[in-house]
Design a protein around this ligand. Structure first.
Ligand code: GLA
Length: 375
């Protein structure tokens, strides 16, 4: 058996996340400044902006919604920021045709010092199921002395026992080789530390995450962290590169910006349906780096269900450069293939054996290459 077959056989059998989860998470833009009003307005904006119709589903509150436990040990939301608790908020998000997610921590306290789930696994899973939660991200702060595979498996089993389908997002930053036990434990697992809204952060996460591509597949995805698109620390070309490469890696696409106040260029990046279709392709293969010569000029490719290939020509250098992809390099026969540019939304004609394009500095050209004859 090859590695992919083993992963498919051992992936968490909760039937969820057959394609990489898509949605929004509060952390990258709002940090601890979360509230019911923000979540409602974000759900509204997800619909109004066309993001829901483009495939975004989960609205996830990250850290800081929780403050304490009651006398019976039940987890309590901040009553000033979440009046009436979490259930009415989940109901509101569901009424919008969206799904609702929440955050906890497998340790004693969350990264921001709020109560963690350690010792309350079944109780918290039951609360989440009662509230109508569809997605839980579980972090790994304040877990000294605990064993990650054991703790995450405990929460996986608690979620299963709670009786509601809940996507399980493991967030231990790649510290305990989650690519080895993640597939049987969660639907996605972070491969690295936190992303920052900077070009170099995005690059380093890309380079780390690609090492584990073989284990990713339907129901069980490597998670190179949430998107920074629209947060202001990169140029639009850099954000297009970030979005293209995350889609090529079949990464979860969790927007991390303020959806309520989104300029048109950001919206166009996040709702590019041709690129979302690459991320969501049902074959579920994580694309990889297939060529780099010279350094900083990279070709990335992802096989798709219909036999075509998604290709990212990625110019990491500071100079506009002509780049060529050969069919050979992306696993196709060298005969004729049609080429479509997924950012220009334009057909580039039928080409035999290769295709060349000029790629701007810190930018990509993203293509779909479809052979005239099946490979
Ligand atoms: C960790 C996680 C982040 C975020 C914060 C919240 O750093 O990796 O994604 O959830 O905690 O405190």
């Amino acid at each position: 058996m090859d590695l992919l077959t083993i992963v498919l056989l051992t992936a968490l059998p909760n039937g969820l996340a057959r394609t990489p989860p898509m949605g929004w998470n509060s952390w990258n833009h709002f940090g601890c400044d979360v509230s019911a009003a923000l979540i409602r307005q974000t759900a509204d904006a997800m619909v109004a902006s066309g993001m829901r119709d483009a495939g975004y589903q989960y609205v996830v509150i990250d850290d800081c919604w929780q403050v304490a436990r009651d006398a019976a040990g039940r987890i309590l939301a901040d009553s000033l920021r979440f009046p009436g608790g979490i259930k009415p908020l989940a109901d509101y998000v569901h009424q919008k045709g969206l799904k609702f997610g929440i955050y906890t921590d497998a340790g004693r306290r969350t990264c921001q010092g709020r109560p963690g789930t350690y010792g309350h696994e079944e109780q918290d899973a039951r609360s989440y199921a009662e509230w109508g939660v569809d997605y839980v991200k579980e972090d790994w702060c304040n877990a000294e002395g605990l064993d990650a595979p054991t703790q995450y498996a405990k929460f996986r089993d608690a979620l299963a026992a709670a009786g509601r389908p809940i996507v399980f997002s493991i967030c231990e930053w790649g510290s305990n080789r989650p690519w080895e036990w993640g597939p049987k434990t969660g639907n996605l697992w972070r491969t690295t530390g936190d992303i920052a809204d900077r070009w170099n952060s995005m690059l380093s996460i890309l380079d780390l995450s690609t090492q584990y591509s073989a284990v990713s597949g339907p129901g069980a995805w490597n998670d190179p962290d949430m998107l920074e698109v629209g947060n202001g620390g990169m140029t639009d070309d850099e954000y297009r590169a970030h979005f293209s490469l995350w889609a090529l890696m079949a990464a979860p696409l969790m927007a991390g910006n303020d959806l309520r106040d989104m300029p048109g260029n950001t919206r166009e990046i996040l709702t590019n349906r041709e690129i979302i279709a690459i991320d969501q392709d049902s074959l579920g293969v994580q694309g990889t780096l297939v060529g780099e010569n010279p350094p900083e000029l990279q070709t990335w490719a992802k096989p798709l269900k219909d036999g075509s290939r998604a290709v990212v020509l990625f110019n990491r250098s500071g100079l506009a450069t002509a780049m060529t992809v050969t069919w050979n390099r992306i696993g196709l026969r060298s005969g004729p293939a049609s080429v479509r540019d997924l950012w220009a939304h334009a057909d580039r004609g039928v080409h035999t054996g290769r295709f060349s394009a000029t790629v701007q500095p810190h930018a990509v050209v993203m293509l779909r290459v479809t052979p005239a004859v099946a490979p």
